[in-house]
Design a protein around this ligand. Structure first.
Ligand code: NDP
Length: 290
């Protein structure tokens, strides 16, 4: 029985994910580095904004931070309770998950890597996909809390497996994003109306999440809403490429895509949405995707 849950890291994802927990649990602690956000969350959703030391006394502790480095640093600062499960929803590094599992095992604490996909709208609607690596017993224990914001929830394997699936997923999305930017600048160069082209492609075999959602909702309308930062996508493609290298596999498409996303990130304005990666192609081609 879960008596208490906590959520650490109330960013674009965490703020919305944590909002669902009070519907299912009486005691929901929240903590954020900028503590005003935790207080705002408490006022808005009936959670309890508490010090980090108290938040980590919950039975299930969620975290959603930019990278595994911030998660490792936080865990190193706190005293955890035996029997609890730390569920890390960060898009993190598989090796870090393996290390944390071993480190926490000695204190009888379980660690699950549980990254999510579905964007901020999925967090808001509790329709996230959650891909989980770690011990089956810990997964079963944490599942009722994960169900508060997850719709498709899969235990995908050993520690690090969840982070690996997430990194590859985001790499595949990045491949589609770069390919779509190349395809659509080409169509515009040939005088084709991009909205009409999109309608055809989305009813054909070239469609992807990029053509179905990202081009119409972020690029062609020039909205570029800031919901998933480009540096975070660059981080994810880097994690995926590290996995390729660790397995000593050839993956030229993924390697090139990682370089392209890295280049887009280095040349983008600070705090840009990931969809602004297409602006690099716009600059190269002198064509605007609208
Ligand atoms: P945000 O940048 O919006 O939020 C980051 C959170 O981490 C904030 O709460 C921030 O606190 C906190 N934080 C940053 N640095 C530290 C630190 N050193 N110590 C403690 N807390 C810190 O990121 P997102 O919510 O967008 O992303 C979080 C994770 O989820 C990332 O790994 C991302 O790749 C992944 N993700 C994001 C998606 C999206 O659509 N945005 C979709 C799926 C996964 P503070 O408020 O004080 O800055």
């Amino acid at each position: 029985m879960i008596q208490s849950v906590a959520f650490i890291g109330l960013g674009a994802m965490g703020y919305r994910m944590a909002a669902h927990l009070p519907k299912h649990f009486d005691t929901v602690y929240v903590w954020n580095r900028n503590f005003a956000k935790a207080e705002q969350h408490a006022a808005e959703y009936g959670t309890q904004a508490v010090e980090l030391a108290q938040a980590v006394q919950a039975d299930i502790i969620f975290s959603c931070l930019p990278t595994s480095t911030e998660v490792e640093n936080l865990i190193a600062q706190v005293q955890l309770k035996a029997g609890s499960v730390w569920v890390d929803c960060t898009s993190g590094v598989p090796e870090s998950a393996k290390k944390l599992v071993q480190q926490l095992e000695a204190q009888q604490i379980d660690f699950l890597d549980a990254p999510v996909s579905g964007q901020t709208i999925g967090a808001e609607n509790a329709t996230l996909t959650v891909m989980i690596g770690g011990k089956a017993t810990a997964f079963e224990k944490a599942l009722p809390a994960i169900q508060a914001f997850g719709k498709v929830i899969q235990h995908v394997g050993e520690p690090g497996a969840g982070f690996a699936v997430k990194a590859v997923n985001n790499m595949l999305m990045a491949v589609s994003l770069c390919a779509a930017a190349e395809g659509f600048t080409t169509l515009k160069a040939h005088g084709v109306n991009l909205n009409q082209a999109l309608q055809c492609i989305n009813a054909s075999s070239g469609k992807s999440a990029v053509t179905e959602m990202i081009l119409p909702q972020r690029v062609l309308n020039r909205a570029f809403p800031k919901t998933f930062a480009l540096p975070l996508l660059a981080k994810d493609t880097g994690i995926a490429l590290d996995l390729v290298r660790e397995a000593a596999l050839p993956a030229p498409v993924l390697a090139l895509t990682q370089s392209l996303i890295q280049a887009a990130n280095l040349t983008a304005e600070k705090d840009s949405d990931f969809s602004t990666a297409v602006k690099m192609y716009e600059l190269w081609s002198n064509i605007t995707l609208e």
